[in-house]
Design a binder for this molecule. Structure first.
Ligand code: SIN
Length: 560
């Protein structure tokens, strides 16, 4: 790794649990490879890895419930006339605002078209033109039509359907649903030896158990539930990032959280997952207005309503503050019934379900947490800094997204890097090892503090940040994270994971004294050359988080 300016930055004010407190494992099992998560990244890896040995997929809800099925926009691939991987690379690097790893992006854009074809061969039905060619649309930041979609705005649901059907056709893949992976079991050498997990009602596998294995592939998605409002499903509580930290892995660039500008606003009290109104709606001509009907994006950016999503999110947040209102409005009345029905059936149904008819009415919208661009640091083969632990999809930081993910690159990333992990395991499946006696002190955060934590994170670590707000919330989260006497349960494990990733996010956001990509500091409004590097977070042996800045852009992976 080339590193010219490594330097530690302030550590967390309070220690966090080094392990989730739980009952002792009451059952055990074995699989060569454990996949945690069942979205596009996890199921792609599982379908490929089944040729290498026994595969166990562990998923928190049912096989179809993760983030992938909620993706509306589509999947980007340079397959259109006049397009090329180089142009896709250029657009991705611009969006990433100087922090993309070019080798990772090149891998994504060159392997993307083949990976997409594999998804089609698996049975995914993307929308086609009358000629039979795939329909390609454009989203913010792309200079070519290269977004493949399905069912109009139901791309993720169709991909998930096809992947789940493929898993059902592969009886050698074992699936455990309604199971939360708690922590990794590590060997004496710090390498992966297995994992502990809690299963709800799986017959003999009920309660806390242990699975021994040779490798774990983390594909558990993001951490949107850290905030009051998010497009992520309720399972996105940062479990993968938190357990990786506790196992000794490095998180990278977790301050870069993308807020989607147009998420349906359902009232002050509405919390958790909120309905997305795809950027593609603005791509087709819809526009934002304030409460007086004024189009406030004009003059803010040359692309007005189709400016990059962080610019739009910030403009909406500003206008909300200026007018002391909790949302703005999206005007798509010009589409008419037919276009709504054919192009955006999912969004139309979701609006109507909430009593809004977008054919004749404005849609209330506000920014909400959408995507974590940072995550568990990996190399080009998905290897983390913990031998035997791999990561792909939203939980990972592969270097593809940099400081801001380009629209519709995330499904592609899950697909490409899920395949690469399986290929790496095919080259060298790690040896199995005995778990060492556990020396990490367990702890738990009280689930009763979660609402307060989410509120503070939304106030001070959301779209707009500054030193005072971040310091205030870091102090508060430190207090909220104090070890509790809560009885071990899913809510307490999730609360601990939420507190852990919130602390990592706050520390990195506080350290990065500049504005770059999706990280907006009101007190440091400019991008600074000095900060053209990465913030890596690790957990020390006392449970405190340590953040280190390095200018290196070389991905790290040590389990060669
Ligand atoms: C959207 O459809 O607006 C979201 C697409 C994405 O996040 O890539």
């Amino acid at each position: 790794m080339t590193s010219t300016q490594d330097r530690p930055v302030d550590g967390a004010p309070a220690p966090l649990p080094l392990l989730l407190r739980s009952a002792a494992a009451g059952w055990s099992t074995y699989a060569d490879i454990v996949v945690v998560g069942s979205g596009i990244a996890g199921l792609t890896a599982a379908l490929r890895a089944r040729e290498l040995g026994s595969v166990l997929v562990v998923t928190k809800d049912n096989l179809s419930a993760g983030s992938t099925r909620w993706a509306q926009g589509g999947i980007a691939a340079a397959i259109g006339p006049g397009d090329s991987p180089d142009q896709h690379l250029a657009d991705t690097m611009v969006a990433g605002a100087g922090l993309c790893d070019e080798a990772a992006v090149r891998t994504l854009v060159t392997e993307g078209p083949d990976a997409l074809q594999e998804l089609i061969d698996l049975g995914t039905r993307f929308d086609t033109a009358e000629s039979g060619a795939l329909q390609l649309t454009r989203e913010g930041g792309h200079h070519r039509n290269r977004i493949v979609h399905a069912g109009g705005d139901a791309t993720g649901a169709e991909i998930q359907r096809a992947l789940v059907a493929a898993v059902h056709r592969a009886p050698d893949i074992e699936v455990v649903e309604h199971a939360l992976v708690l922590d990794l079991l590590l060997g004496d050498d710090g390498a992966v030896a297995g994992a502990t997990l809690h299963v709800m009602g799986e017959g003999q596998r009920d309660g806390v158990g242990a699975v021994r294995c040779r490798a774990v592939i983390l594909a558990s998605g993001g951490m949107g539930q850290v905030f009051d409002a998010t497009t992520n499903p309720s399972v996105s509580t940062g479990d993968g990032m938190a357990l990786a930290l506790r196992a000794g892995a490095t998180l990278r660039d977790v301050e870069f959280v993308q807020f989607h500008p147009t998420v349906m606003w359902l009232g002050d009290d509405s919390r958790g997952q909120q309905p997305l109104v795809s950027e593609a709606v603005r791509g087709e001509g819809a526009f934002l207005v304030d409460h007086d009907g004024r189009r406030f994006m004009q003059g803010q950016h040359e692309l007005a309503d189709l400016a990059p999503r962080d610019v739009v999110a910030k403009a909406i947040t500003r206008r909300m503050r200026e007018t002391s209102t909790p949302h703005m409005w999206l005007d798509a009345r010009g589409f008419g019934e037919q276009k709504w029905t054919e192009r955006f059936p999912t969004i139309l149904a979701s609006c109507r379900e909430h009593g809004i008819d977008p054919v004749t009415e404005l849609i209330p919208v506000a920014p909400a947490c959408h995507y974590a661009s940072g995550g568990v640091a990996t190399d080009l083969d998905g290897r983390t800094t913990v031998p035997g632990l791999y990561a792909c999809g939203e939980v990972a930081c592969s270097g593809v997204h940099g400081a801001n993910r380009l629209a519709s690159n995330s499904l592609l990333e899950g697909l490409v890097f899920g395949r690469r992990i399986a290929a790496d395991l095919a080259r060298a499946l790690p040896e199995g090892r005995e778990p060492a006696a556990e020396r990490r002190t367990p702890g738990l955060v009280d689930p009763a503090v979660v609402a307060e934590l989410q509120h503070r994170m939304s106030e001070d670590a959301g779209v707009m940040r500054d030193r005072d707000g971040l310091a205030r919330t870091l102090g508060a989260v430190g207090k909220l994270s104090a070890d509790s006497r809560s009885i071990p349960c899913t809510e307490a494990w999730e609360a601990t994971n939420l507190a852990t990733v919130s602390t990592a996010l706050l520390l990195a956001a506080q350290a990065r004294e500049e504005t770059r990509g999706s990280h907006w500091r009101e007190d440091f409004p400019d991008t600074a050359d000095d900060w053209a590097g990465h913030l890596d977070t690790t957990m020390e042996s006392d449970g405190r988080l340590q953040v280190t800045y390095t200018r290196s852009t070389t991905p790290r992976g040590t389990n060669a």
